[in-house]
Design a protein. Sequence first.
Length: 240
Amino acid sequence: MRVIICENYEEVSKEAAKLVAGLVNLKPDCILGLATGSTPVGMYNNLIELYKKGELDFSQVKSFNLDEYYPIAKSNENSYDYFMNDVLFEHINIKKENINIPNGEAKDADKECKEYEEKLNASGGVDLQILGIGVNGHIGFNEPDENLIAVTHKTGLTESTIEANARFFESKDQVPTMALTMGIASILKSKKIVLLANGKAKHNAVKALLNDEITTSNPATMLKVHNDVVLICDKEAYNG
Ligand code: F6R
């Protein structure tokens, strides 16, 4: 795993945006795997800026998001559908039909997950997957557990994730307890993976990722089996 240690969050965001922009320029019809949460927002801002300066064109880009709460209406401000439009999609020229996010409104969650995985496979595969990391080492909503489901699936959220995500909601009991998420195998199919981490709160997760053996009790450690992962983190996440 290549590790890029940055001075601060701004630098993490710039470095990550550079990698994404490089790929979009090199392969205008690339497939991006995207994440929500606070971490990638700075990167998205940098990408929006490059687009506005005329240096990036997303007209042929396709995207697959990692996950979505379940059940949740797309119009709910806390849905990842709403979030992605707000922080990225409505500011760039990506086509609506090229955007894929697990559907939190689906009546049949298992069918939705099966179809999402099929669409992901039929697309030819993600060229570059952006990931954040949970304080407990989750990636996507693959939470630490004894057993993990490999492909896109419905899952419960752990108490620690519900607590971490409560900051986006009015109260903790409003955080959905279920989600639809790409599985670890879905994520590992990406040609390139860029994992972003910033802040002291992520130090233990980053340390375990770099030093521990592969274990389902820290899902991020499974990234070690992939041969093209770049971790971009700030000094706080790296050093604690
Ligand atoms: C988001 C996702 C999650 C987050 C992780 C970190 O789509 O899949 O795994 O990347 O929870 O969240 P933040 O960036 O808010 O600390």
